[in-house]
Design a protein around this ligand. Structure first.
Ligand code: NOJ
Length: 741
């Protein structure tokens, strides 16, 4: 195309008068100017050279390719100077189409928040939204436009390493969290300078990989897909999510990346999604490994046909799409649709007006040094800690204790607290973390003597450090033991067949308990672990997950009662891997188990309990709550009506605190069998000592509906049980009602 002609069109496309036109008209004007090679370029995403979050392909000519319009997006570009310098390169291309910078900002950018599974334990949607907001403020100041989060995969198998990245096992809780995180990332208005575009992943059913091996196959009924796995994606979309990422797994034999039913029929069809879908890292070319495509050419064909718009790191689109068009296998309209979706987001983000809008050294300095971000991280971390056990009210500890022995391999390390998917920004202090040791030091006064011994390593069988640990324990009033996983033991490609506490850490606990001193155990992990010795023998246990930059302070806040723990488990904790998959909302079966000892022709194990160690929704407080006065506004109603439910919660203990009041329903008879209970609502309430509050819930047709055999979402008339409780297994009040025609 003639240079002057192009210039004229570009000036028109981006000019002031052009701003009156809609973004979609602007996209059309740009699209008209593009060669096929440039169009394909917009669908091509590369990794920056410095950091890799997948198997890297060496490419020595990224600069040249960007200059010639062959790249639309980069991932893993960190820091405002670097995003700016790559954008400079794109501005040397013929059409000056800005690059999109994507990054896994999963639980914070500089300020690291708890891992998402831990945040989910807070059941605090405002706090979760705020955590995503802070991450967006920081990342956007570095020039990042797009986070590959939230991960909304439902996960019922703690062996899967990526459970740390999601909201756990429950569809209802997971859907609300998905929406809160999207809103937090994307901010008040799409395109705000302090916001990033969300990317909901992994579409779909990635969390149900067979045997919990990462990237493995998924085989599931349509009903389960729609009922359990898809709703969090829909909730994220309803919250405005601008992009989706597909997944590595095949589902019922069709890899998600080449899955037209998922991407075209459901997402872009039935749900009307107007944003774009990015593949997962290399997942287009992996269609060859799956045995779904003969070669890279066929893989590109399958993926674009199925609705994958952007190719992350496969180079399959770059290497094949032009040829596929020339061979008349792929209509150019299909390419145009994908390009249009991507350009639209670039326009909506305001990048055509100012490609450097987000990269700003000054703003970055301020955003990465903001005390309110640190405060939010500390509060989120405290809200994420689950009190699993507290015999004889050992916790909270007194600040007047004379000597505390803080023992274990996780007391002093800094980075272990960050968990998987942390970010290290070049030139920025990556030790911006409060260790557990420092947190305790910050908390206690000058009269308390703190002793430390590592005791053992996280892994390995050496007990050489036990003697020193026992020695300091004997001098202390109380022992705090910090044990668990290393931060790279849960995460992508970190599936485990054995999910017990590694090494000799539980032996160390045994040795410390033998001293007769009271021992408080902190369990650090990215997943539900199996830790029966600890659970049965330690008098007090806090599940501290991976809590991020403020871990040490938050743990100390909870240990000494400056924050009264209120978190509840978002996943069921098994007694043994033999129980997995184990989840609270199972069906009753025709022969339900009656007890752990009676195995006469019923659905149980002859050698293992069917009950979990800790159930979904479980978590203690330093205070106690009484549930009373369950009232239903009626006991019969039609699907057009709404039922009002009220219950009174009273703080009967000695500390002010919050309780997560959980509402479960059971549809007793259906055209399909239905779970023994399903979470349908919850409220987190704060109560002073002795205070009572009346909590109200509304039950409408939506809460009574399910996907029937025709995959229609609707309710069926009949009897329902309503259960209100402090966990899925601790139902305090019960009633029933009838839905009539
Ligand atoms: C692969 C992971 O599955 C995905 O979640 C992540 O966003 C990409 N790598 C990019 O790092």
């Amino acid at each position: 195309m003639h240079k002057i002609f192009v210039l004229f069109f570009l000036t028109f496309a981006f000019s002031v008068s052009a701003q009156k036109r809609t973004n979609s008209q602007k996209v059309d004007s740009v699209l008209k100017l593009m060669t096929l090679e440039e169009k394909v370029g917009q669908l091509n995403q590369y990794n920056d050279n410095n950091l890799a979050t997948g198997p890297v392909t060496i490419d020595n000519d990224k600069i040249g390719q960007i200059k010639s319009g062959q790249v639309g997006s980069l991932l893993n570009v960190l820091g405002s100077e670097r995003t700016r310098s790559w954008q400079n390169v794109a501005m040397q291309s013929r059409l000056k189409i800005p690059l999109l910078f994507g990054q896994d900002v999963v639980h914070g950018y500089k300020t690291t928040f708890p891992i998402p599974l831990a945040e989910a334990a807070s059941w605090d949607l405002d706090a979760i939204q705020l955590a995503a907001r802070v991450a967006a403020v920081e990342a956007s100041a570095s020039g990042i436009h797009w986070t590959f989060a939230p991960m909304v995969d439902i996960a019922r198998d703690p062996r899967w390493g990526r459970v740390m990245e999601g909201a756990g096992e429950d569809t209802y809780l997971g859907s609300l969290i998905a929406g809160a995180r999207v809103k937090g990332f994307q901010g008040a208005h799409f395109g705000d300078t302090n916001a990033v575009m969300a990317c909901v992943k992994h579409f779909a059913a990635y969390g149900a990989a067979v045997g919990a091996r990462d990237y493995n196959s998924v085989d599931m009924s349509d009903r389960q897909l729609w009922e359990i796995y898809l709703p969090p994606f829909k909730a994220a979309l309803d919250a405005g999510a601008a992009s989706f990422m597909n997944s590595f797994n095949d589902i019922n034999g069709v890899p998600a990346t080449g899955n037209s039913y998922l991407q075209r029929t459901i997402l872009k069809g039935k749900w009307g999604f107007k944003g774009f879908v990015v593949s997962d890292w290399g997942s287009i070319n992996e269609l060859v490994n799956h045995g779904f495509a003969k070669n890279d050419y066929e893989a590109a064909f399958s993926a674009i046909t199925a609705g994958s718009d952007m190719d992350m790191e496969s180079r399959s689109y770059k290497n094949n799409l032009e040829q596929l068009v020339k061979d008349k296998k792929v209509p150019v309209a299909l390419i145009d649709d994908a390009v249009r979706r991507i350009l639209l987001k670039k326009f909506e983000l305001g990048l055509f007006d100012n490609p450097y809008k987000f990269s700003n050294v000054e703003r970055e300095k301020l955003a990465l040094n903001n005390a309110s971000h640190t405060a939010a991280a500390r509060s989120m971390a405290a809200k994420s800690i689950v009190l699993l056990k507290n015999e004889n009210n050992l916790l909270p500890l007194s600040k007047q204790l004379k000597t505390i022995a803080f023992i274990g391999p996780l007391v002093k390390p800094l980075k272990q607290n960050k968990g998987f998917w942390d970010i290290e920004i070049p030139g920025v202090d990556s030790n911006f973390i409060v260790s557990q040791w420092e947190g305790l030091q910050n908390k206690v006064g000058a009269t308390t003597n703190l002793l430390f011994a590592q005791g053992c390593e996280i892994e390995g069988d050496s007990k050489a450090g036990f003697a020193e640990a026992i020695n300091i324990a004997l001098q202390a009033d109380v022992v705090i033991l910090s044990i668990g996983e290393r931060r790279d033991m849960s995460g992508e490609a970190k599936s485990k067949a054995n999910i017990t506490i590694p090494g000799v850490q539980e032996d160390l606990l045994k040795a410390l308990l033998a001293t007769g001193k009271p021992v408080v155990v902190l369990v650090n992990a990215g997943r539900p672990l199996v830790f029966n010795y600890t659970a049965d023998n330690a008098p007090a246990i806090l599940y501290t997950w991976w809590l991020g930059s403020e871990a040490g302070n938050a743990i100390a806040d909870v240990l000494f009662g400056d924050y009264n723990p209120a978190a509840k488990l978002p996943m069921t904790f098994p007694v043994s891997v033999g129980q997995i998959p184990i989840y609270y909302n199972h069906f009753n079966t025709g022969r339900p188990a009656v007890s752990d000892t009676n195995h006469i022709y019923n659905s149980s194990y002859i050698d293992l309990s069917i009950h979990p160690k800790f159930p979904f929704g479980f978590g203690l407080s330093y205070t106690s709550f009484e549930y009373s006065d369950l009232k239903l506004s009626k006991h019969q109603f039609t699907k057009k009506e709404t039922l009002e439910v009220s219950v009174t919660i009273t703080n009967t203990g000695k500390y002010a605190g919050e309780e997560v009041v959980q509402l479960y329903l059971r549809d007793k008879v259906g055209s399909l069998v239905l779970p023994v209970k399903s979470l349908k609502d919850f409220k987190k309430v704060f109560l002073n000592v002795g205070e009572s509050k009346k909590i109200k819930f509304l039950i409408n047709n939506e809460k009574l509906s399910f996907y029937n055999a025709k995959l229609v979402w609707d309710s069926e008339p009949g009897d329902f049980d309503i259960m209100i409780g402090a966990s899925s297994a601790d139902i305090r009040l019960k009633d029933s009602f009838e839905l009539i025609k």
